[in-house]
Design a protein around this ligand. Structure first.
Ligand SMILES: [Zn+2]
Length: 129
């Protein structure tokens, strides 16, 4: 189970219990049923949401030195509406839609990673889809 799946599971239980507790005060049986129904239906709701928003990358990939992760990037500026971030090593990256571009020392952008639904970040050279 990944961190995101665990988070969804915790949210799922919390919302289901919340519905159950609130409805329980009105009608215990109804509360139990609605809590159960929500618990069972939640993955379907998440799937629908994920399909809708699945094209949007989640977090940032590991940097090209292989040492920085999502939390190690810092947004520095934006260039023509494209946000630029910098990792702990000092390398700059531009995020353009599903693409994560590395900015070289001369300022040119080179393809680095691409986000794919279900597969996550993949090196741009090894494009498969
Ligand atoms: Zn780095």
């Amino acid at each position: 189970m990944t961190a995101i799946e665990l988070l969804f599971f915790v949210i799922r239980i919390c919302i289901s219990l919340g519905i159950c507790v609130v409805m329980w005060s009105v009608q215990p049986l109804l509360g139990a049923i609605m809590g159960m129904v929500h618990f069972l239906a939640f993955p379907k709701l998440v799937t629908i949401l994920a399909e809708r928003f699945g094209d949007k990358p989640i977090g940032k990939p590991t940097c090209s030195n292989g040492c920085c992760h999502n939390d190690d990037y810092e947004w520095t500026r934006s260039e023509n509406g494209i946000p630029i971030c910098k990792c702990n090593c000092g390398t700059e990256y531009a995020t353009d839609g599903r693409q994560f571009l590395k900015i070289g020392s001369t300022g040119h952008k080179e393809p680095y990673m691409v986000w794919f639904k279900k597969r996550g970040w993949v090196k741009e050279e090894s494009k498969v889809d």
